[in-house]
Write a protein of this length. Structure first.
Length: 254
């Protein structure tokens, strides 16, 4: 058992040994945390990010691979997923983590901002699944893990200023349910994780401000900020053979 530079032990006989995972938005935050978790349990991880340096840093750390492209570009998806399959010979796991999280008052939400949010959070999840599924079929099946949000999962908005974000994440929930039905016969199981507030740079606006944190904690059933590893283990389970009869579920972590 080797140890990578993140300090996690990389297991050659772990539950994901021999599997290849493609993770969007994995250059930082939760995406990087998931990449580390899956690599530690044996997977070869292809790290996608629009930031080439960030993707390369995570990939080097994990002895993985990179796919640097903008997730709003459908041609790039087909090209890069195809390259990943050619290099590694299979594709077993797709985690659609790329997301935008920003507060924009409704009156300031332009068509451009709206479209960007939908393209990054919802359309990209569809595009990556569309590109990955043929290769998962060739690999004998697979796992697709999408990321919604615990507020969207509850079907009840709780924070003002997140209209475009909330709608996109609600769409991810619906996409997960529809794909789960479409792909179950191919042994491609589709689930979603709907996290609450997780301690990453992505959420520093909240967790570095005590007053904002108190406000958020009042809305969450579990009134604390979660660690990325807690959600990472959920992703690991959904990606593993142990979740072989689980599909169309949205797993809330808040």
């Amino acid at each position: 058992m080797a140890t990578n530079s993140s300090g996690l032990s990389a297991s050659a006989d772990g539950p994901l040994a021999g599997k290849v995972a493609f993770i969007t938005g994995a250059g930082s935050g939760l995406g990087a945390a998931f990449a580390r978790r899956l690599a530690a349990d044996g997977a070869t991880v292809v790290v996608n990010d629009i930031d080439a340096a960030a993707a390369a840093a995570v990939a080097v750390e994990l002895a993985g691979d990179t796919a640097v492209f903008d997730v709003t570009d459908p041609v790039a998806f087909d090209t890069e997923v195809d390259k990943a399959f050619e290099r590694h010979g299979r594709l077993d796991i797709l985690i659609n983590m790329a997301s935008l999280y920003r507060a924009v008052p409704f009156d300031d939400t332009t068509v451009e901002l709206w479209d960007q949010q939908q393209h990054v959070d919802l359309r990209a999840a569809y595009l990556c699944a569309k590109s990955a599924v043929p290769f998962m079929r060739k690999s004998g099946g697979g796992r697709i893990i999408n990321f919604s949000d615990w507020v969207a999962a509850s079907a009840r908005p709780r924070y003002k200023g997140y209209v475009a974000y909330y709608v996109a994440k609600a769409g991810v929930k619906a996409l997960t349910e529809a794909l789960a039905l479409e792909l179950a016969g191919d042994q491609i199981l589709v689930n979603a994780i709907a996290p609450g507030l997780i301690k990453t740079d992505f959420s520093s606006f909240f967790h570095e401000n005590p007053d904002r944190m108190k406000a958020v904690q009042k809305t969450q059933p579990i009134p604390r900020i979660a660690d990325p590893d807690e959600v990472g283990y959920m992703a690991l389970y959904l990606a593993s053979d142990e979740a072989s009869n689980m599909r169309s579920e949205e797993h809330t972590s808040e």
